[in-house]
Ligand binder design. Structure first.
Ligand SMILES: Cc1cc2nc3c(=O)[nH]c(=O)nc-3n(C[C@H](O)[C@H](O)[C@H](O)COP(=O)(O)OP(=O)(O)OC[C@H]3O[C@@H](n4cnc5c(N)ncnc54)[C@H](O)[C@@H]3O)c2cc1C
Length: 378
């Protein structure tokens, strides 16, 4: 029932909006508000959150079903269904009462800002500083590539609060209202894909944040980010899988329909091989995602590496599959009349956001080498 609800909402309400958003590279904030309210009314908005912060506490199978269904549509539209940052579990009782009802109902949007001009993969290079002043903190620095910062109501900002401490204790997260006058110079990046989903840069200039808006305590920033990151990697992997799955379905339908050299495209072995490779890779990504989600659900320490494997494989797979899909469509695949060229452009970002492929490989290799070392020591 949950899968059907998500599927109907995505296919009947969101998919028809894709082409228009793609053409203008923007979404009307009024429309986003309406879609969020509709997703909330269906019980979908904030579907990934646990009950202690007011989420539905859905079992992993249900969350995976929703993820698969919402990943069918374009990134800006799937966003309206409300996969929310798990770092919100760091909210204290007062913040839960004050901030979460509006966030969970979809009335207010939240995003997170880690990346800076000189710090992306390497969080040790973060330079945005927060210094205590009176009963609050003053933030100074610059963030970039921040998802939908221009339209968010709150931005979870990662700052250095103790530059002499080890990385795990050096950083603190703040919930900064977008309306804070200390946020300035909001810019919008032009980008290759994900049209209608804005990536922004902004400055924090003597931005005063009350002490009540710390997320967790001073020095908890790294832990707050880590609380979210493995789940966000599964989300990212699912989105990549959604693009691959939809493109593959379209390629199969087209190969059954169109003919060349006296046979349907799907009867030519060269096309069959592409379709077979995509079929297997999509299934492999789905299984890696499911395994990672189940390990994380069980708080198994291997969940972290399983999430890296799923993210690495699914993001790279989506690029290979969307390339094959475009090839099956021939010239038509390159034209903007079909979403096939969009799948090709949109898939590319998944190898960068939520930890690049190289970062995942580093984690996986370290884990494998350590396991091997331990095995040999025994
Ligand atoms: C679509 C999209 C949405 C995003 N949304 C957000 C958001 O909402 N909030 C946010 O904070 N950020 C966001 N980001 C930023 C994203 O997290 C960063 O772009 C990413 O972490 C990489 O950082 P960077 O761009 O600074 O690249 P860098 O860290 O400078 O890396 C450049 C290249 O070097 C490689 N590299 C770096 N170190 C090593 C190493 N040790 N060994 C091998 N290779 C290495 C990287 O893998 C990469 O290929 C988003 C990015 C994209 C593309």
């Amino acid at each position: 029932m949950i899968r059907d609800t998500a599927r109907r909402f995505v296919r009947m309400r969101l998919v028809p909006l894709e082409a228009q958003i793609e053409a203008v590279d923007d979404v009307d904030p009024g429309l986003v508000a309406v879609l969020r309210r509709e997703a909330a009314a269906l019980g979908l908005y904030g579907f990934n959150l646990p009950p202690q912060v007011g989420g539905p506490g859905l079992p992993v199978e249900a969350r995976l079903a929703i993820l698969e269904e919402i990943s069918y549509t374009s990134v800006p539209l799937s966003e309206t269904v409300g996969h929310l940052p798990l770092s919100l579990t760091f909210c204290n009782e007062e913040q839960r009462r004050r901030l979460l009802p509006d966030i969970l109902s979809g009335a207010k949007a939240v995003t997170y800002a880690l990346t800076e001009p000189d710090a992306g993969s390497d969080l040790g290079r973060i330079r945005t500083r927060a210094v205590r002043r009176g009963d609050g903190w003053v933030l100074n620095g610059r963030k970039q590539f921040i998802s939908n910062a221009e339209t968010a109501d709150y931005i979870i900002v990662l700052c250095v609060t103790d530059s002499t401490a080890p990385l795990k204790e050096r950083l603190t997260t703040f919930i900064v209202a977008r309306s804070n006058p200390g946020i300035s110079d909001m810019t919008r990046f032009r980008k290759m894909g994900w049209r209608g989903y804005q990536l922004n840069g902004f400055a924090l200039q003597d931005c005063f944040v009350p002490g009540a808006d710390l997320l967790g305590g001073p020095g908890d920033g790294f832990a707050a980010i880590m609380a979210s990151i493995n789940h966000d990697r599964i989300f990212s992997a699912s989105r990549a899988l959604g693009i691959a799955r939809r493109g593959h379905e379209m390629a199969c339908a087209y190969a059954n329909e169109r003919s060349a050299f006296g046979a349907r495209l799907g009867e030519h072995q060269g096309i069959q091989f592409m379709i077979a490779d995509s079929d297997v890779e999509i299934e492999a990504a789905r299984l890696l995602i499911r395994r990672a989600a189940k390990l994380l659900e069980a708080n198994d320490p291997d969940g972290r590496i399983a999430a890296s494997r799923a993210k690495l494989y699914a993001s790279e797979m989506a690029c290979r599959v969307s390339d094959r899909v475009l090839q099956v469509f021939g010239g038509m695949g390159y034209m903007c009349d079909l979403p096939v060229e969009r799948f090709y452009r949109d898939a590319r970002a998944f190898r960068i956001g939520e930890g690049t492929s190289e970062m995942q490989r580093i984690q996986i290799a370290r884990h494998a080498l350590l396991q091997r070392g331990n095995h040999e020591a025994r």
